[in-house]
Write a protein that binds this ligand. Structure first.
Ligand code: MSP
Length: 525
């Protein structure tokens, strides 16, 4: 049996409420997992939250609550949002989980035992925001540490270091031999440049408890907790059943079946150094072979009205506010149609309204609603297969038949926006087919009854196909389309089953209901 398609996202910091960037990444990964299942593959989707670290400790202190209580509150906000948006994960990460702690400590102990860790005192600059030491390479052209580092303080302290530099030659060779380690390809070029500049750089993997207690203790030195990234990256294996001490009861998947990860879906800011350098080196240093290295899918960032989203600019978009206006599938559709996977995109209320009103409401919703109403009027809501055919019918069937193959092709590089564009084009074509064939005029002449039935049948059949192809992106709306068509795909239905003739002769259609009611007020972007 082939291994499941294993897909993860970054785990979100619990030092604030979820924003639109978090929502995009989770919706993208969710749609990718759903698409794999639709293609007939088994999929395992892991996501969750990153609960440790100095930022969380500081925010909890400011809020006057213990960190454990604070992260619970924020974690619940993330969970509620994923539930609302239909982000359906198979596994859920919370880094305070004791099983995760055990694996992180196991790896640290293994590195310690194999002589890959050493202790030294350094003095240097430290970015509180990024929770890392800075070097001169991190200074900008003016020779300063730019605003992206937040507050930078000078520290002198003793810490534990990981001999990362010992593995840099291996990493360079691995990357050169494995161009598909990172998608999109231009990110590989950036990564290779960064690797070439990281010679002689070891990684500080501890933080003294004198300034950070909210973390996982080093198993061999109780004065320290581990660096939050060492903790966080390990989630991809610790929640995937790695060294599972109680596989019968843990509820975790079988690591041997699942690993390596087929897609770590992450934003561009956490490729270098975390996922592109630290993570493969951590795995390699712990004995993972080149064949056991995961793959990275790096997405771009959402800007808001041309500016970077930031608390200081006050333009952070809350996904709940948008979903309140255009619904959860309206939001999912916007996030997946408006961005090319791998590139940046921009949000504004105009773009949100355009995608919702002009595409979902005017094209897809309207097609379903007008055709169902006509079918009730002219056919009593029951489809009738007839021998009538014409080039317009043939063209619609050909367009529909091309969709599954095209979707498979687009999804090889996770271009779900192209799948959506093809679906919307098909709905547009079906609307034009109705306009040109004018069943509302033909219905007045009983001699044209076969042609009317054929037109209705073609559009309903096309909508059944569209409901399946759209289901990874907008699952709730797809299910509503199916209810209105009076048709649900049988269990185990895959893209290969998407053949003309889903709705049989004599099929009874469901009730028309507005699918995407028009929105007049702009959403708060
Ligand atoms: N906790 C770390 C990740 C650890 S993974 C082992 C982290 N958390 S985060 O909350 O800051 O970011 C989570 C994800 O959201 C990252 O992949 C990040 O790139 C993504 N995004 C944050 N802002 C974003 C946008 N404005 N647009 C799109 N994605 C963005 O980093």
């Amino acid at each position: 049996m082939p291994k499941p398609y294993y897909i993860t996202t970054a785990i979100d910091y619990t030092n604030g409420a979820p924003h639109i960037g978090h929502a995009y990444e989770k919706v993208l990964a969710d749609a990718m997992a759903r698409f794999q299942r639709l293609a007939g593959n088994e999929a395992y989707f892991l996501t969750g939250v990153d609960q440790h670290g100095q930022k969380v400790q500081q925010t909890a202190e400011k809020a006057g609550v213990p960190p454990r209580e604070y992260v619970r509150e924020v974690t619940d906000k993330f969970l509620a949002l994923w539930e609302r948006l239909g982000v359906r994960a198979d596994g859920w990460v919370e880094t305070i989980d004791p099983r995760h702690t055990r694996i992180v400590q196991d790896l640290l102990q293994q590195l310690y035992d194999s002589g890959q860790l050493y202790k030294k005192t350094t003095s240097g600059f430290y970015s509180n925001r990024q929770e890392q030491y800075l070097s001169d390479k991190d200074r900008n052209e003016a020779g300063e540490f730019g605003p992206e580092w937040g507050e930078v303080v000078q520290l002198e302290e003793e810490n534990w270091y990981f001999r990362l530099s010992d593995h840099v030659p291996w990493l360079r060779g691995f990357l050169e031999a494995t161009p598909d380690f990172v998608f999109p390809p231009n990110r590989m070029t950036q990564l290779l440049n960064a690797v070439n500049g990281s010679e002689g750089m070891d990684l500080c993997i501890s933080r003294p408890k004198s300034r950070l207690t909210w973390g996982i203790e080093l198993p061999f030195d109780s004065d320290f907790v581990t660096y939050v990234w060492f903790d966080a990256l390990t989630n991809y294996i610790s929640f995937a059943g790695y060294r599972d001490a109680s596989p019968e009861t843990s509820g975790l998947p079988s690591f041997d079946r699942l690993w390596p990860c087929d897609a770590h879906v992450i934003g561009k800011d956490i490729l270098i150094p975390a996922h592109g350098i630290y993570w493969p080196i951590m795995l390699h240093a712990c004995g993972f072979t080149d064949d056991q290295m995961p793959k990275l899918v790096v997405h771009g960032w959402w800007n808001v009205r041309g500016e970077k989203m930031s608390k200081s600019l006050g333009n952070v978009v809350n996904p709940n506010d948008i979903a309140d206006v255009i619904g959860t599938d309206g939001l999912r559709y916007f996030l997946l149609s408006e961005i090319t996977t791998g590139q940046d995109s921009d949000m504004s209320d105009e773009r949100v309204l355009f995608r919702y009103n002009k595409e979902l409401a005017d094209i897809l919703g309207n097609l379903l609603n007008r055709t169902l109403n006509m079918a009730r009027k002219y056919l009593g809501g029951v489809l009738r297969h007839t021998a009538f055919d014409s080039p317009a019918q043939v063209a619609l069937r050909e367009k529909v038949a091309s969709l599954p193959g095209a979707a498979m092709e687009h999804m090889k590089t996770w271009q779900i926006h192209r799948v959506l564009a093809d679906c919307l084009d098909t709905a547009r074509q079906a609307n034009e087919f109705i306009d040109h064939t004018s069943p509302f005029k033909l219905a007045k002449d009983p001699a044209q009854a076969d042609q009317v039935a054929s037109i209705m049948g073609h559009v309903m059949e096309a909508l059944a196909h569209l409901s399946v192809l759209l289901s990874p992106a907008i699952p709730a709306a797809a299910a509503k389309i199916q209810t209105q068509l009076g048709w649900t795909p049988p269990a185990g239905f895959t893209l290969q089953d998407l053949q003309w003739g889903l709705l049989p002769d004599g099929h009874t259609l469901g009730e028309p209901q507005p699918l995407f009611p028009k929105v007049l007020l702009p959403p708060p972007v």
